[in-house]
Design a protein around this ligand. Sequence first.
Ligand code: BGC
Length: 416
Amino acid sequence: MARIQLHPDFIWGAATAAHQVEGNNINSDYWAIEHAPNTPFVEPSGDACDHYHRYREDIAMLARLGLNAYRFGIEWARIEPEEGHFSISELDHYRRVLAACHENRIAPIATFHHFTSPRWVAAEGGWEDPKTAERFARYCEHAVKHLGDLIHTACTINEANLGAYLYLTGETREKIDPARSRWFAAAARKAGADPDRFAPFLMCHQMKARDTMLLAHRLSAAALKSSPHMFPVGITLALADFQPEPGCEQRVAAIRAECQDIFFEAARGDDFVGVQTYTRQRIGEKGVLPPEPGAETTIMGYEFWPEALEPTIRYASKMAQVPVIVTENGIAATDDTRRVEYVRRALNGVARCIRDGIDVRGYCYWTLLDNFEWNSGYKPTFGIVAIDWKTQERTPRPSARWLGEIARANAIETED
Ligand code: BGC
Protein backbone atom coordinates (compact mmCIF):
# COMPACT_ATOMS: atom_id res chain seq x y z
CA MET A 1 0.00 0.00 0.00
CA ALA A 2 1.27 3.47 -0.85
CA ARG A 3 0.07 6.86 0.31
CA ILE A 4 -0.06 9.33 -2.54
CA GLN A 5 0.27 12.99 -1.68
CA LEU A 6 -1.66 14.89 -4.31
CA HIS A 7 -0.83 18.05 -6.21
CA PRO A 8 -1.78 21.15 -4.18
CA ASP A 9 -4.28 22.11 -6.92
CA PHE A 10 -6.07 18.76 -6.85
CA ILE A 11 -9.82 19.35 -7.14
CA TRP A 12 -11.86 17.98 -4.23
CA GLY A 13 -15.43 18.77 -5.08
CA ALA A 14 -19.05 17.84 -4.84
CA ALA A 15 -21.36 18.13 -7.85
CA THR A 16 -24.96 19.16 -8.47
CA ALA A 17 -27.07 19.94 -11.56
CA ALA A 18 -29.24 23.05 -11.81
CA HIS A 19 -32.55 21.29 -12.46
CA GLN A 20 -31.98 18.79 -9.68
CA VAL A 21 -31.35 21.32 -6.91
CA GLU A 22 -32.44 24.85 -7.83
CA GLY A 23 -36.23 24.38 -7.94
CA ASN A 24 -38.87 25.83 -10.25
CA ASN A 25 -36.99 25.49 -13.50
CA ILE A 26 -40.28 26.24 -15.19
CA ASN A 27 -39.06 27.17 -18.65
CA SER A 28 -37.32 23.86 -19.16
CA ASP A 29 -38.49 20.91 -21.24
CA TYR A 30 -38.27 18.53 -18.27
CA TRP A 31 -40.61 20.71 -16.21
CA ALA A 32 -43.27 20.25 -18.92
CA ILE A 33 -42.64 16.50 -18.96
CA GLU A 34 -42.86 16.21 -15.18
CA HIS A 35 -46.26 17.88 -15.23
CA ALA A 36 -47.79 15.95 -18.13
CA PRO A 37 -50.51 13.38 -17.37
CA ASN A 38 -49.09 9.84 -17.03
CA THR A 39 -45.55 11.22 -16.91
CA PRO A 40 -42.85 8.60 -16.22
CA PHE A 41 -41.52 10.89 -13.45
CA VAL A 42 -42.71 9.61 -10.09
CA GLU A 43 -43.04 13.21 -8.86
CA PRO A 44 -42.23 16.70 -10.17
CA SER A 45 -39.08 18.59 -9.22
CA GLY A 46 -41.04 21.45 -7.62
CA ASP A 47 -38.95 23.56 -5.25
CA ALA A 48 -36.16 20.92 -5.25
CA CYS A 49 -33.53 22.00 -2.69
CA ASP A 50 -34.37 25.67 -3.23
CA HIS A 51 -30.68 26.01 -4.04
CA TYR A 52 -31.57 28.91 -6.33
CA HIS A 53 -32.07 30.94 -3.15
CA ARG A 54 -29.92 28.97 -0.71
CA TYR A 55 -26.74 28.65 -2.77
CA ARG A 56 -24.80 30.88 -0.37
CA GLU A 57 -25.33 28.66 2.66
CA ASP A 58 -24.74 25.53 0.54
CA ILE A 59 -21.43 26.80 -0.81
CA ALA A 60 -20.30 27.97 2.65
CA MET A 61 -21.18 24.51 4.01
CA LEU A 62 -19.18 22.79 1.25
CA ALA A 63 -16.20 24.94 2.20
CA ARG A 64 -16.60 24.24 5.93
CA LEU A 65 -16.62 20.53 5.19
CA GLY A 66 -13.14 20.87 3.70
CA LEU A 67 -13.82 20.59 -0.02
CA ASN A 68 -12.21 23.07 -2.41
CA ALA A 69 -14.43 22.90 -5.52
CA TYR A 70 -18.09 23.00 -6.48
CA ARG A 71 -19.38 21.61 -9.76
CA PHE A 72 -22.80 23.06 -10.56
CA GLY A 73 -25.03 23.80 -13.52
CA ILE A 74 -25.79 27.02 -15.31
CA GLU A 75 -29.33 26.64 -16.61
CA TRP A 76 -29.90 27.46 -20.25
CA ALA A 77 -33.70 27.59 -19.73
CA ARG A 78 -33.25 30.45 -17.26
CA ILE A 79 -30.72 32.39 -19.29
CA GLU A 80 -32.51 32.09 -22.64
CA PRO A 81 -36.17 31.37 -21.80
CA GLU A 82 -37.23 32.48 -25.30
CA GLU A 83 -35.06 32.27 -28.36
CA GLY A 84 -32.70 35.22 -28.52
CA HIS A 85 -33.83 36.72 -25.19
CA PHE A 86 -30.83 36.53 -22.86
CA SER A 87 -31.76 37.45 -19.32
CA ILE A 88 -29.23 39.74 -17.69
CA SER A 89 -30.82 39.23 -14.29
CA GLU A 90 -30.39 35.44 -14.53
CA LEU A 91 -26.81 35.85 -15.72
CA ASP A 92 -26.30 38.11 -12.69
CA HIS A 93 -27.72 35.36 -10.51
CA TYR A 94 -25.01 32.97 -11.72
CA ARG A 95 -22.40 35.73 -11.25
CA ARG A 96 -23.44 35.83 -7.61
CA VAL A 97 -23.18 32.02 -7.35
CA LEU A 98 -19.69 32.13 -8.86
CA ALA A 99 -18.71 35.02 -6.57
CA ALA A 100 -19.98 33.08 -3.53
CA CYS A 101 -17.61 30.25 -4.53
CA HIS A 102 -14.67 32.65 -4.64
CA GLU A 103 -15.62 34.24 -1.31
CA ASN A 104 -15.40 30.75 0.21
CA ARG A 105 -12.18 29.81 -1.61
CA ILE A 106 -14.09 27.25 -3.65
CA ALA A 107 -13.14 26.65 -7.29
CA PRO A 108 -16.31 26.92 -9.40
CA ILE A 109 -16.71 24.24 -12.08
CA ALA A 110 -19.58 25.34 -14.30
CA THR A 111 -21.57 22.90 -16.46
CA PHE A 112 -23.47 24.53 -19.31
CA HIS A 113 -25.87 21.68 -20.11
CA HIS A 114 -27.05 18.97 -17.75
CA PHE A 115 -29.96 17.14 -19.46
CA THR A 116 -32.49 20.02 -19.44
CA SER A 117 -32.99 22.58 -22.22
CA PRO A 118 -35.36 25.51 -22.71
CA ARG A 119 -38.84 24.42 -23.82
CA TRP A 120 -38.50 26.34 -27.06
CA VAL A 121 -35.36 24.37 -27.97
CA ALA A 122 -37.08 21.01 -27.41
CA ALA A 123 -40.09 22.28 -29.36
CA GLU A 124 -37.97 23.33 -32.33
CA GLY A 125 -36.60 19.86 -33.00
CA GLY A 126 -34.45 19.76 -29.88
CA TRP A 127 -31.49 17.42 -29.84
CA GLU A 128 -32.55 15.70 -33.05
CA ASP A 129 -31.89 18.94 -34.91
CA PRO A 130 -28.25 19.85 -35.66
CA LYS A 131 -29.28 23.54 -35.40
CA THR A 132 -29.53 23.01 -31.65
CA ALA A 133 -25.74 22.72 -31.60
CA GLU A 134 -25.49 26.29 -32.91
CA ARG A 135 -28.19 27.49 -30.53
CA PHE A 136 -26.31 25.96 -27.62
CA ALA A 137 -22.98 27.47 -28.64
CA ARG A 138 -24.63 30.90 -28.95
CA TYR A 139 -25.96 30.63 -25.39
CA CYS A 140 -22.51 29.58 -24.15
CA GLU A 141 -20.97 32.57 -25.89
CA HIS A 142 -23.42 34.97 -24.19
CA ALA A 143 -22.98 33.30 -20.81
CA VAL A 144 -19.22 33.29 -20.91
CA LYS A 145 -19.06 36.99 -21.80
CA HIS A 146 -20.93 37.69 -18.59
CA LEU A 147 -19.38 35.05 -16.36
CA GLY A 148 -16.03 34.03 -17.82
CA ASP A 149 -13.81 35.98 -15.42
CA LEU A 150 -15.18 33.99 -12.46
CA ILE A 151 -15.06 30.46 -13.93
CA HIS A 152 -12.35 28.04 -12.78
CA THR A 153 -13.24 25.11 -15.07
CA ALA A 154 -16.03 24.64 -17.63
CA CYS A 155 -17.88 21.50 -18.70
CA THR A 156 -19.76 21.99 -21.94
CA ILE A 157 -22.24 19.11 -21.74
CA ASN A 158 -22.92 16.62 -18.99
CA GLU A 159 -22.90 13.00 -20.16
CA ALA A 160 -23.38 13.92 -23.78
CA ASN A 161 -23.05 10.20 -24.60
CA LEU A 162 -25.74 9.00 -22.19
CA GLY A 163 -28.58 8.65 -24.71
CA ALA A 164 -26.44 6.64 -27.11
CA TYR A 165 -25.13 4.55 -24.23
CA LEU A 166 -28.63 3.69 -22.95
CA TYR A 167 -29.78 2.90 -26.46
CA LEU A 168 -26.80 0.76 -27.45
CA THR A 169 -26.94 -1.26 -24.24
CA GLY A 170 -30.63 -1.87 -24.89
CA GLU A 171 -32.01 0.17 -22.00
CA THR A 172 -34.11 2.58 -24.07
CA ARG A 173 -35.88 2.49 -27.40
CA GLU A 174 -34.59 4.46 -30.34
CA LYS A 175 -37.40 6.97 -30.14
CA ILE A 176 -40.34 7.50 -27.85
CA ASP A 177 -43.27 7.01 -30.19
CA PRO A 178 -45.66 9.94 -29.64
CA ALA A 179 -48.59 7.86 -30.85
CA ARG A 180 -47.95 5.14 -28.32
CA SER A 181 -46.79 7.27 -25.42
CA ARG A 182 -49.67 9.49 -24.50
CA TRP A 183 -47.61 11.23 -21.85
CA PHE A 184 -45.04 12.24 -24.45
CA ALA A 185 -47.63 13.86 -26.71
CA ALA A 186 -49.17 15.61 -23.69
CA ALA A 187 -45.75 16.84 -22.52
CA ALA A 188 -45.01 18.14 -26.01
CA ARG A 189 -48.27 20.07 -26.06
CA LYS A 190 -47.52 21.48 -22.60
CA ALA A 191 -44.21 22.71 -23.98
CA GLY A 192 -46.05 24.23 -26.95
CA ALA A 193 -44.59 21.67 -29.35
CA ASP A 194 -45.75 19.40 -32.11
CA PRO A 195 -45.16 15.90 -30.60
CA ASP A 196 -43.33 14.83 -33.75
CA ARG A 197 -40.79 17.61 -33.34
CA PHE A 198 -40.46 17.60 -29.53
CA ALA A 199 -37.01 16.19 -28.78
CA PRO A 200 -35.69 16.69 -25.24
CA PHE A 201 -32.30 15.13 -24.53
CA LEU A 202 -32.63 11.45 -23.50
CA MET A 203 -36.19 11.35 -24.84
CA CYS A 204 -35.59 11.50 -28.53
CA HIS A 205 -33.89 9.66 -31.37
CA GLN A 206 -30.76 8.76 -29.44
CA MET A 207 -28.34 8.39 -32.31
CA LYS A 208 -29.40 11.66 -33.95
CA ALA A 209 -29.03 13.31 -30.55
CA ARG A 210 -25.57 11.82 -30.23
CA ASP A 211 -24.43 13.52 -33.39
CA THR A 212 -26.00 16.83 -32.36
CA MET A 213 -24.27 16.51 -29.00
CA LEU A 214 -20.90 15.93 -30.62
CA LEU A 215 -21.35 19.00 -32.79
CA ALA A 216 -22.67 21.02 -29.84
CA HIS A 217 -19.59 20.13 -27.83
CA ARG A 218 -17.26 21.19 -30.61
CA LEU A 219 -19.02 24.52 -31.20
CA SER A 220 -19.56 25.36 -27.53
CA ALA A 221 -16.00 24.46 -26.54
CA ALA A 222 -14.79 26.88 -29.23
CA ALA A 223 -17.19 29.55 -27.89
CA LEU A 224 -15.97 29.04 -24.32
CA LYS A 225 -12.35 29.04 -25.42
CA SER A 226 -12.91 32.36 -27.18
CA SER A 227 -13.19 33.94 -23.73
CA PRO A 228 -10.06 35.91 -22.77
CA HIS A 229 -10.18 34.12 -19.39
CA MET A 230 -8.13 31.01 -19.90
CA PHE A 231 -10.05 28.39 -17.93
CA PRO A 232 -9.92 24.70 -18.88
CA VAL A 233 -12.82 23.36 -20.97
CA GLY A 234 -13.98 19.76 -21.36
CA ILE A 235 -16.94 17.42 -21.79
CA THR A 236 -18.21 14.89 -19.23
CA LEU A 237 -19.11 11.32 -20.15
CA ALA A 238 -21.22 8.52 -18.64
CA LEU A 239 -18.79 5.64 -18.38
CA ALA A 240 -19.93 2.36 -16.93
CA ASP A 241 -17.19 -0.24 -16.70
CA PHE A 242 -18.35 -2.64 -19.42
CA GLN A 243 -17.34 -6.21 -18.66
CA PRO A 244 -17.92 -8.70 -21.48
CA GLU A 245 -19.04 -12.21 -20.69
CA PRO A 246 -16.84 -14.76 -22.49
CA GLY A 247 -17.45 -14.52 -26.24
CA CYS A 248 -18.98 -11.02 -26.02
CA GLU A 249 -15.76 -9.00 -26.39
CA GLN A 250 -16.61 -7.89 -29.93
CA ARG A 251 -20.06 -6.82 -28.87
CA VAL A 252 -18.61 -4.66 -26.09
CA ALA A 253 -16.00 -3.20 -28.42
CA ALA A 254 -18.79 -2.23 -30.83
CA ILE A 255 -20.83 -0.57 -28.06
CA ARG A 256 -17.75 1.25 -26.79
CA ALA A 257 -16.88 2.48 -30.26
CA GLU A 258 -20.27 4.15 -30.71
CA CYS A 259 -20.92 5.61 -27.27
CA GLN A 260 -17.47 6.11 -25.75
CA ASP A 261 -14.63 6.12 -28.27
CA ILE A 262 -16.27 8.60 -30.62
CA PHE A 263 -16.60 11.02 -27.68
CA PHE A 264 -13.03 10.43 -26.50
CA GLU A 265 -11.88 11.34 -29.97
CA ALA A 266 -13.93 14.55 -29.72
CA ALA A 267 -12.25 15.28 -26.36
CA ARG A 268 -8.74 15.11 -27.77
CA GLY A 269 -8.54 18.83 -28.41
CA ASP A 270 -9.90 19.69 -24.95
CA ASP A 271 -8.18 20.54 -21.69
CA PHE A 272 -9.58 17.54 -19.80
CA VAL A 273 -12.22 14.82 -19.99
CA GLY A 274 -14.80 14.38 -17.24
CA VAL A 275 -15.23 10.79 -16.11
CA GLN A 276 -18.60 9.87 -14.55
CA THR A 277 -18.79 6.31 -13.31
CA TYR A 278 -21.23 4.61 -10.96
CA THR A 279 -20.97 0.86 -11.52
CA ARG A 280 -19.93 -1.96 -13.82
CA GLN A 281 -22.14 -3.48 -16.50
CA ARG A 282 -21.70 -7.05 -17.49
CA ILE A 283 -22.61 -7.52 -21.12
CA GLY A 284 -23.87 -10.85 -22.37
CA GLU A 285 -25.24 -11.98 -25.71
CA LYS A 286 -28.60 -10.33 -25.13
CA GLY A 287 -27.25 -7.11 -23.66
CA VAL A 288 -26.76 -5.86 -20.09
CA LEU A 289 -26.97 -8.62 -17.47
CA PRO A 290 -28.58 -7.91 -14.10
CA PRO A 291 -26.34 -8.07 -11.01
CA GLU A 292 -25.65 -11.66 -9.96
CA PRO A 293 -28.01 -13.07 -7.32
CA GLY A 294 -26.88 -11.98 -3.88
CA ALA A 295 -24.79 -9.06 -5.16
CA GLU A 296 -25.13 -5.87 -3.13
CA THR A 297 -27.15 -3.24 -4.99
CA THR A 298 -27.75 0.45 -4.37
CA ILE A 299 -31.10 2.29 -4.10
CA MET A 300 -30.87 2.81 -7.88
CA GLY A 301 -30.64 -0.93 -8.38
CA TYR A 302 -27.05 -0.64 -9.63
CA GLU A 303 -24.52 -3.17 -8.45
CA PHE A 304 -22.35 -1.84 -5.61
CA TRP A 305 -19.10 -1.80 -7.58
CA PRO A 306 -16.78 1.09 -6.66
CA GLU A 307 -13.95 -0.66 -8.52
CA ALA A 308 -15.58 0.54 -11.77
CA LEU A 309 -13.97 3.95 -11.47
CA GLU A 310 -10.36 2.84 -11.95
CA PRO A 311 -10.71 1.08 -15.33
CA THR A 312 -12.85 3.91 -16.70
CA ILE A 313 -10.24 6.51 -15.73
CA ARG A 314 -7.54 4.38 -17.36
CA TYR A 315 -9.57 3.94 -20.52
CA ALA A 316 -10.56 7.61 -20.72
CA SER A 317 -6.96 8.73 -20.28
CA LYS A 318 -5.67 6.31 -22.91
CA MET A 319 -8.34 7.17 -25.45
CA ALA A 320 -8.74 10.93 -24.97
CA GLN A 321 -5.07 11.58 -24.22
CA VAL A 322 -5.91 14.56 -22.02
CA PRO A 323 -5.99 14.98 -18.22
CA VAL A 324 -8.93 13.39 -16.39
CA ILE A 325 -11.24 14.94 -13.81
CA VAL A 326 -13.65 12.62 -12.07
CA THR A 327 -16.64 14.92 -12.43
CA GLU A 328 -19.11 12.45 -10.87
CA ASN A 329 -18.88 9.30 -8.79
CA GLY A 330 -21.17 8.30 -5.97
CA ILE A 331 -23.89 6.12 -4.57
CA ALA A 332 -27.52 6.37 -3.49
CA ALA A 333 -27.51 4.68 -0.10
CA THR A 334 -29.70 4.60 3.00
CA ASP A 335 -26.73 3.43 5.07
CA ASP A 336 -24.11 6.18 5.01
CA THR A 337 -21.35 3.74 6.00
CA ARG A 338 -21.82 2.10 2.58
CA ARG A 339 -21.22 5.51 1.00
CA VAL A 340 -17.93 5.84 2.86
CA GLU A 341 -16.93 2.32 1.83
CA TYR A 342 -17.86 3.02 -1.79
CA VAL A 343 -15.88 6.27 -2.00
CA ARG A 344 -12.92 4.81 -0.10
CA ARG A 345 -12.58 1.97 -2.62
CA ALA A 346 -13.19 4.28 -5.58
CA LEU A 347 -10.43 6.60 -4.31
CA ASN A 348 -8.05 3.65 -3.95
CA GLY A 349 -8.55 3.19 -7.68
CA VAL A 350 -7.83 6.89 -8.31
CA ALA A 351 -4.64 6.54 -6.25
CA ARG A 352 -3.48 3.55 -8.34
CA CYS A 353 -4.10 5.51 -11.54
CA ILE A 354 -2.04 8.45 -10.26
CA ARG A 355 0.71 6.11 -9.03
CA ASP A 356 0.88 4.72 -12.57
CA GLY A 357 1.39 8.18 -14.02
CA ILE A 358 -2.15 8.97 -15.16
CA ASP A 359 -2.92 12.67 -14.97
CA VAL A 360 -6.01 12.78 -12.73
CA ARG A 361 -6.72 16.35 -11.69
CA GLY A 362 -9.70 15.97 -9.38
CA TYR A 363 -12.55 14.05 -7.80
CA CYS A 364 -16.10 15.38 -7.45
CA TYR A 365 -18.57 13.35 -5.43
CA TRP A 366 -22.11 13.04 -6.80
CA THR A 367 -23.79 14.70 -5.02
CA LEU A 368 -23.62 17.48 -2.46
CA LEU A 369 -27.31 17.43 -1.46
CA ASP A 370 -29.99 14.79 -1.64
CA ASN A 371 -31.89 16.01 -4.66
CA PHE A 372 -34.29 15.37 -7.54
CA GLU A 373 -33.12 12.14 -9.09
CA TRP A 374 -34.98 12.61 -12.39
CA ASN A 375 -37.62 9.91 -13.08
CA SER A 376 -37.04 8.43 -9.62
CA GLY A 377 -37.92 11.64 -7.78
CA TYR A 378 -36.62 12.35 -4.29
CA LYS A 379 -36.25 8.80 -2.95
CA PRO A 380 -32.68 7.96 -4.02
CA THR A 381 -30.38 9.64 -1.53
CA PHE A 382 -27.03 10.30 -3.20
CA GLY A 383 -26.11 13.30 -1.00
CA ILE A 384 -23.34 13.69 1.51
CA VAL A 385 -25.79 16.19 2.96
CA ALA A 386 -29.35 15.19 3.88
CA ILE A 387 -32.30 17.54 3.51
CA ASP A 388 -35.43 17.78 5.58
CA TRP A 389 -37.96 18.32 2.79
CA LYS A 390 -40.42 20.15 5.07
CA THR A 391 -37.98 22.74 6.35
CA GLN A 392 -35.16 22.59 3.76
CA GLU A 393 -32.78 22.15 6.68
CA ARG A 394 -29.42 20.68 5.62
CA THR A 395 -27.60 18.07 7.73
CA PRO A 396 -24.19 16.83 6.64
CA ARG A 397 -23.86 13.06 6.92
CA PRO A 398 -20.75 11.48 8.50
CA SER A 399 -19.53 10.73 4.95
CA ALA A 400 -19.38 14.49 4.29
CA ARG A 401 -16.97 15.06 7.18
CA TRP A 402 -15.00 11.95 6.24
CA LEU A 403 -14.57 13.15 2.64
CA GLY A 404 -13.73 16.66 3.86
CA GLU A 405 -10.92 15.27 5.99
CA ILE A 406 -9.46 13.42 3.04
CA ALA A 407 -9.68 16.60 0.99
CA ARG A 408 -7.89 18.57 3.71
CA ALA A 409 -5.10 15.97 3.96
CA ASN A 410 -4.98 15.87 0.13
CA ALA A 411 -3.66 12.31 0.19
CA ILE A 412 -5.13 8.96 -0.90
CA GLU A 413 -4.02 5.35 -0.60
CA THR A 414 -3.53 2.71 -3.27
CA GLU A 415 -4.42 -0.20 -1.00
CA ASP A 416 -3.33 -3.02 -3.26
C1 BGC B 1 -26.19 12.34 -13.85
C2 BGC B 1 -26.86 12.92 -12.62
C3 BGC B 1 -27.61 11.83 -11.87
C4 BGC B 1 -26.61 10.79 -11.46
C5 BGC B 1 -27.17 9.67 -10.59
C6 BGC B 1 -25.59 10.98 -13.64
O1 BGC B 1 -25.86 10.21 -14.76
O2 BGC B 1 -25.27 13.24 -14.38
O3 BGC B 1 -27.70 13.96 -13.01
O4 BGC B 1 -28.34 12.33 -10.79
O5 BGC B 1 -26.06 10.20 -12.61
O6 BGC B 1 -28.09 8.88 -11.26
